[in-house]
Each structure stands twice: as C-alpha cells, then as structure tokens.
Design a protein around this ligand. Sequence first.
Ligand SMILES: [Zn+2]
Length: 308
Amino acid sequence: MARKSSLIAMVLLGMAFASPAFAKIRIFACEPEWAALAREVGGNRVEAFSATHKQQDPHHIRAKPSLIASMRHADLLFCSGAGLEVGWLPILLRQAAPADLQPGQPGHFMAADYVSVLEKPAIVDRSLGDIHPEGNPHVHLDARNIVPLAQELSRRLAIVDPPNAQVYAEQTDAFVRRWSHKLAGWEARAAKLEGMPLIVHHKSWAYLVHWLGLKQVATLEPRPGIQPTPGHLNELLKISRTQPVKAILRTPYDPSEASGWLSSKTGIPAITLPYTVEKGAATGALQALFEETIALLEKANKADHAGQ
Ligand SMILES: [Zn+2]
C-alpha cells in the first residue's frame, strides 16, 4: 500500500513538472544581446534562443527551417526592430509565429519602440539601397538603453507568465541595480574618450558614439548597407590624412578588406570590437561586452600610431 501511494505521488510529481505551470517561457530573440538580456530578466524561468550569432550580420540572414521551427514554439519575440530584421523576420512571422507573437501583441517586443532612435531620416527612401530607412536600429550599444528594455521585458513576461510576475520584477530590480552601478563606472571612464575620432565600417556604433561622446569622422560604407567603392575609399584616405583618426572600427561580421586597406595606407589601427555577445552567453555577458568595448577604445585612444 505504501509502495502504491509513493508511486502515485511520483506520477503526480511528474505530471506537475510537465504541466504548463512548470514549463519554461520560450523567448525567440533575433540577436544574441536580447537573448542575454532575457536570461538576466527571466533567470531560470525562461529559455532564450537567438536567431543570429556574433559572426552574422543581423540585417541579412536566411529564414531557414530551423528558425521557423523555433518561432512556432516561442512564447515571446524580442528583437531590435526599426527595420533591422526586415529582410527575414516578416517571413518567419507570416509562416510560423503564433497569434500571440504578431505585431501589437504583448509577445511582440521590439527594442527600438522603447528607446530614442538615432538618425531617423526626414524622408524614408530605400531607392538608394539605404538599409536604415527607419533610423539606426543598432540600439543596444548605448548601455543606458538596457535599463528601460529590461523593465519592459519584465512587464511583458508578467503578462505572458502571470504566476512568475513577482520573480521577474525582483530579478529585474536586482539586474538594474547592478547595471546602474556599472553604468556610472563606464561613464566615468568615457570622460577620457570624449571626442575620440573614429572611422567606422557600417553605422553599427551610432549609439556607442552618441553615449560615450566619441566622434564618427566617416563611414567606409558610402551609405548604410552599400559596400565601399574605390572612389569613396580614396576620399577617406584624403580625410584621414588631413585630420586625426584614432581607429577604424568594424564588427566581427563586417568584411575586413576596406578597413585593412585604409589602415595599411594610413597607419591608423583597424580594430574589431565585439559588437555583441556569444549566442548562448551566460548571465554577465552583456556587462562583459561593454567592459571589453570600452577597454579596447581606451587602448586605441592612448596609442600613438604612424598616421598621427
Ligand atoms: Zn545597420
């Protein structure tokens, strides 16, 4: 009899763990930085998946079957928005997303809707191939933006998963406290970086430049998304010989040829900044991203190079 009742208890326990109350909330993040933030806010109540990894240009990926499958089972969508994923996210939404993840639903969370979007054009014009027609979508590199985004994510998780609302709120408060402390330290260090002149490959760094008070002198791309032309590069060569430039920045996914060429002609160091975190990054990775980025900028700012 005792054996029978313990068996029943085990079966009931198994059922409880398999029931929706114990199932993790599945978050489909378009970029690794949002999956990382979701792990900070959601802790062990969520399972965050990133559609892209650090070596992929989030403007351009293929809506492959594995992404369709992940989207089909997701409870919440968390992306940059402002058109960053316009080449692939609408296909996934149309083909696979549940009704709760469609635009306008709490499960459809676009970061750009909750921060000030930079470089918004007065007139939207895609005719010249500009891939930032809605403004600059690379919003995560202003570390101040992380706070309202964590809070909004927590609010949405509370709607999607009401029994754990309190857990999300507490985890978010703790994260925001830690983040605010770090933010103050980064901003103190940035005082020495103010006005640091940079050439960038793509306008991936607009928010970092804005936040830290750096100076973007020029872009290797003549327009966002248009690869550098010989004529444009020769213009940049002239510019970088007439004014100081501390570094040429690119992401891990930008092609290296143009920055390598300009660096070889001028002696200005070409630097790859991390831009985002690893795909399955553990908690703490977002903080490490900013630590590493600022440390690399500090090093480049201090160094004298042949072009100076
Ligand atoms: Zn872009």
